[in-house]
Design a protein around this ligand. Sequence first.
Ligand SMILES: Cc1ncc(COP(=O)(O)O)c(C=O)c1O
Length: 388
Amino acid sequence: MKNIPLSIPNVCGNEVKYVSETLADGWISAVGPYVSKFENAMKEYIGSNGAVAVASGSAALHLAYLEAGVGLGDVVLVPALTFIASVNPVAYLKAEPYFIDVDDTLCMDPVKLEAFLTNKCLFENGIVKIKENNKRVKAICVVDIFGNLADYERINEIASKYNLVVIEDAAEAVGSYQIKSDGTKQYAGTFTDYGCFSFNGNKIMSTGGGGMVFAKDTEHLEHIRFLSTQAKSNAWYFYHDEVGFNYRLSNTAAAIGVAQLENLENFVKQKHILYDTYKAIFEKNGIEMLSFRDNIRANKWFFSILWNEDNKLSRDELMAKLKERGIETRPVWGLINEQKPYQNCGHDDLERTYYYKNKIVNIPCSTNLTVEDAEYVANEIIKLKNGE
Ligand SMILES: Cc1ncc(COP(=O)(O)O)c(C=O)c1O
């Protein structure tokens, strides 16, 4: 029987060579040349002013929220349709999320964001407060779901009108970019005040576990670097004037990152080939695939079909039957506003969020998946749709 996983790492380049170097010379901790090699290579690739490699995407987000000034009692506007790691750092900082709907890109809807700020908040002396409970809104977190990009132009305009900091959770969008009107590219991670990547095992490029933070303001970025290594005010005598974290990426993981980045463009190409393969088959058979925004080069990290409730099989039955045929799929995440730690937090109208939550099935999309296997997956889905 086939065994087709949903999304696994593709270790096909210089990973073994670079990792062997770190093992041979003993530099396996965060001290070692590959950490800055990885940061510099990524900085060049996305065209940022710098980069801080950290132990996970969650750590990246924690540091970004902290540096953005999110703290006790603040509110952060976030989507409910995301992985919980987008939101957990808000709770680490004793702030709370407020959930805003997504649009058909699955990213935050700027129209609903603006309507919320205009109609349900008061804006006085540069401070936004929710009318209902007088809580202060400090920041917005926008998530590049499945490698898609939000309408950042609009979101940044709204944020600047309301004096809010924006964090881009670009964990899933490494390699996505927007083509600007002058033809230049702007990469995921650079759209807002802070950008965060994840190199977790299921991401388009992986370091096993790892992440990276970017910040528009270089001083903020350097402060994040400082906080990520235990905030050593004096590294010789071990003096610490602030509470820091042990969040640095190891040299060995960074070595994997350098090798993965060398192949990132090939990975994106393969994602596009696989996506097009699925799309061509599904289109002929009345199955809708989630598309990506126009005028961007999405990395197409995850592929989603929208399962119609009128189909003979329910979505859960479809996924169970695919499993029997050796195909791993998954539904989209449980909504964050329904998770126990966040059930009592406020939310706006989440109509699109619920619409997509009930329909999405993610299908195999690893960059080492062959076109033949993608065709097999698509055809099995069609057979099941037709009751075979
Ligand atoms: C949208 C999103 N945010 C944050 C994260 C957290 O990243 P990590 O698993 O590296 O902590 C992930 C991935 O796991 C993610 O998909």
